[in-house]
Design a protein around this ligand. Structure first.
Ligand code: ADP
Length: 504
């Protein structure tokens, strides 16, 4: 199949979150299966050194009748994956990817609208007919809309089907309806059934009605998105999809996340019996200026500092742990300044037992995964989550909330503890500080008082494999199903086509 993958970030080039991991690993796995995959992404300033060496081709990106934007498509590759970087300095030559450090760029809808449309225009210019165009999150959701609306009658794309993957349904891009015209979204689609959302334009909401197929990154999250509680206000849209929403669990890139080969960590290890993991813990304690005690349980977390990650639960629990338990805690993250200040405050109080690294540091994230005893992920919601999967591979037991992809990837130690042969971590349900604290205390009890149980859970955890090949095979099956079926017939588009025919 010819697969065009459109993404706003790609691991190894530009990354702010899990979307980047998928946008690299999934195309790679599909390519390894023999498909012709190409990635379209913005030519950001941050990777200029790379793409400025690539040959450029001028392209007129026709967003609307009166808004044609000239871009340059730079063709190169990233680790054997063909990449088309869309160069449009007014949009992508900026200090940030999505924001200026404080505020989202006000023209984000247009910036990524250009990306979404240029991907299709590039195919036409090249004469390369994709079987599937695969958009990801709101940033490239419009590709499916443009395919259906702008190119609906174009024989070039007659056989092409569009897929939209939801990596985080909370981010939808609400913006002023004034952008409609520049984006080439006909006013008729600005209605509650499509792009209109409480007086604003909602790009994800509207785009959901045009994709031929919609997927998300875990079965658990798929079942949440169709509920009023878990659908981020769009549950009715997910329920109304012509092809039911499919949850395909993300894989893990074990080329990067493997304690046997990881170049970032202090000592490599293949099993928990070797002293590698203990050395990693010792080295992490030293690096972060924590008391060098091998028996003190070392817990931690790595995440964007946003409400979604349950930091507001973690902060009071960390304080209680510091006050009344013998343990250490490491936190790596950046984001919300208020949350960062609270974490900095705890560090000042307990400098040798709590460490907060305010920033984004890939090497440190690997050393934390290897050095911790347990990894906390008390997310409010979690589409898939990657760090709990990495943790399993490093024999670092995850403690997660029973939501989304977390419940699909961690096997909780039951209350009776009879499932020791399969348990890989700890899980709690209620979104309260008390519930998180109770499960953390349970974890600490197993760590301190039942070392053989802890060890057997580490064994189970390290044997888990979430292969991208398996995920890619599921996507491949989904693509083939779409290719065999008729395109999604948006009712308004059908009516508009009939009216146009009637008026000649
Ligand atoms: P999300 O996409 O919601 O941020 P995921 O768990 O799916 O959450 O993916 C987050 C990815 O970003 C992981 O690979 C994680 O290790 C990485 N990450 C998040 N914050 C940091 C940070 N401060 N430093 C290094 N890596 C980080």
């Amino acid at each position: 199949m010819k697969l065009l993958f459109i993404a706003s970030e790609v691991d190894g080039l530009v990354k702010t979150g899990g979307l980047a991991d998928v946008a690299y690993a999934l195309p790679k796995a599909l390519q390894e299966m023999g498909h012709d995959v190409r990635i379209v992404m913005p030519a950001y300033r941050q990777i200029q050194d790379l793409w400025q060496e690539w040959p450029a081709q001028s392209l007129d990106c026709k967003l609307s009748f009166f808004n044609t934007v000239t871009v340059h498509c730079r063709r190169g590759s990233h680790e054997s994956l063909p990449v088309i970087a869309v160069e449009h300095p007014a949009s992508f030559d900026r200090p940030g990817i999505y924001d200026d450090g404080n505020f989202a760029y006000p023209d984000n809808a247009l910036r990524f609208g250009i990306l979404s449309k240029a991907a299709l225009d590039w195919c036409q210019q090249e004469g390369w007919v994709p079987d599937i165009v695969h958009g990801n999150d709101w940033q490239s959701a419009l590709t499916g809309f443009y395919l259906a609306e702008h190119f609906g009658q174009d024989p070039f794309f007659e056989k092409t089907r569009s897929v939209l993957s939801i990596h985080n349904g909370a981010y939808q891009m609400h913006c002023d309806a004034g952008w409609l015209a520049q984006l080439g979204i006909d006013q008729r689609f600005y209605r509650p059934a499509d792009f209109e959302d409480s007086g604003h334009l909602n790009l994800l909401k509207g785009s959901l009605g045009f994709a031929d197929g919609v997927t998300t990154v875990s079965p658990g999250y798929a079942s949440e998105l169709i509920t009023p509680m878990g659908g981020h206000g769009l549950d009715h849209k997910y329920r109304a999809l012509p092809e039911p929403l499919v949850g395909i669990l993300n894989g893990c890139d074990y080329d990067q996340w493997n304690p046997e080969t990881d170049p970032w960590i202090a000592a490599k290890y293949a099993t928990i019996e070797e002293d590698g993991k203990a050395k990693c813990k010792q080295s992490l304690q030293k690096e972060l200026n924590l008391e060098p005690n091998p028996d003190t349980p070392l817990l931690g977390s790595i995440c964007r500092l946003v409400d979604q990650k349950g930091i507001h639960l973690m902060i009071p629990v960390i304080l209680k742990l510091m006050q009344s338990h013998d343990c250490q805690f490491v936190m790596l993250g950046s984001g919300d300044e208020n949350l960062a200040n609270q974490l900095t405050y705890i560090q000042r109080q307990y400098p040798h037992r709590f460490h907060f690294f305010n920033g984004y540091d890939i090497g440190l994230s690997h050393r934390i995964e290897a050095g911790l005893d347990a990894f906390l992920m008390p997310s409010v919601f979690e589409p898939c989550g990657l760090n709990q999967i990495y943790s399993l591979r490093y024999g670092t037991l995850p403690l997660v909330r029973e939501v989304g992809g977390l419940q699909d990837t961690v096997v909780r130690l039951s209350q009776s503890q009879r499932n020791l042969k399969t348990a890989t971590g700890f899980m709690f349900q209620e979104l309260t500080e008390e519930a998180l604290l109770a499960e953390t205390e349970r974890l600490l009890d197993v760590y301190k008082n039942k070392p053989s149980q802890w060890r057997s859970m580490q064994h189970n955890a390290m044997q888990q494999r979430f292969s991208w090949k398996k995920s890619a095979t599921a996507y491949e099956r989904f693509y083939r199903r779409l290719l065999k079926s008729a395109p999604n017939q948006h009712p308004l588009l059908t009516r508009m086509a009939t009216e146009a025919e009637a008026t000649g």
